[in-house]
Design a protein around this ligand. Structure first.
Ligand SMILES: CC(C)(COP(=O)(O)OP(=O)(O)OC[C@H]1O[C@@H](n2cnc3c(N)ncnc32)[C@H](O)[C@@H]1OP(=O)(O)O)[C@@H](O)C(=O)NCCC(=O)NCCS
Length: 153
C-alpha cells in the first residue's frame, strides 16, 4: 500500500540514492542527487509506503519541454502500480508547470520500463545505437501533454 505522491526536496537525497542504488548498476551519489535537486529546473516526485520510500521520478525542465532523468520503484514494491502512479502524477505536475512535451531514453532491453512508458502514452521518436556502456541501444520516447498551462485536467 502506497501513500500520496509528494514533491521531493534536497533533504531526501540520501534516501533517493539508496533506492537508486537498488535499481541501477551505476548508482548516483547522495551529493549528485542533492545538487540536482537544488536546481530550479529539476522536479522530483516520490511515493512512500509503510516500509519507507517506494519510488521516485526526477525530471529536468527547460522552457516547455521536460526530460525524465530517472525513475525507480523499490524492488519490493514493483508490479503494483507505483510506477504508473508516479508517471500520472508527473503528467499533472508538468502540465501545471506549462510543460507540453516530455522526452526520455530507455534501453531496448528494459522490458519493465518499456511497458510502463507504453502504458502511460509514450511513443518512439528516435533510436540511439550503442547508447549505453554495455553497448545496448536506447529508444528515445516522447509524450505530448495536452491541456498544459490550463487547469491540469
Ligand atoms: C520500470 C519501473 C519503474 C516500473 O515500476 P512498477 O511500479 O513496477 O510499474 P507498474 O507496476 O506501475 O507497472 C506499469 C505497467 O508496466 C507493466 N510492467 C511493469 N513491470 C513489468 C515487467 N517486468 N514486465 C512486463 N510488464 C511490466 C505492468 O504490468 C503495468 O502494465 P498494466 O498497467 O498494463 O498492468 C521498475 O521496474 C523499476 O524501478 N525498474 C528499475 C529502474 C529502471 O529501469 N527505471 C527506468 C529507467 S529508463
Amino acid at each position: 500500500m502506497t501513500g500520496p505522491v509528494e514533491r521531493v526536496t534536497p533533504a531526501s537525497a540520501g534516501r533517493l540514492a539508496a533506492l537508486h542504488a537498488s535499481s541501477f548498476d551505476r548508482p548516483w551519489s547522495p551529493a549528485d542527487l542533492a545538487s540536482l535537486l537544488h536546481m530550479p529546473s529539476t522536479l522530483g516526485l516520490s511515493l512512500s509506503s509503510r516500509d519507507g520510500l517506494a519510488g521516485f521520478v526526477l525530471v529536468r525542465m527547460a522552457l516547455d519541454e521536460a526530460e525524465i532523468l530517472t525513475i525507480a520503484v523499490h524492488p519490493d514494491a514493483r508490479r503494483s502500480g507505483a510506477g504508473r502512479q508516479l508517471m500520472d502524477a508527473l503528467d499533472a505536475a508538468l502540465r501545471d508547470a506549462g510543460i507540453e512535451r516530455v522526452f526520455l531514453e530507455v534501453s531496448t532491453q528494459n522490458v519493465a520500463a518499456r511497458a510502463l512508458y507504453d502504458r502511460t502514452g509514450y511513443s518512439q521518436v528516435g533510436l540511439r545505437r550503442g547508447y549505453y556502456s554495455d553497448g545496448t541501444d536506447a529508444l528515445v520516447l516522447e509524450k505530448t501533454l495536452h491541456g498544459s498551462g490550463q487547469d491540469g485536467a
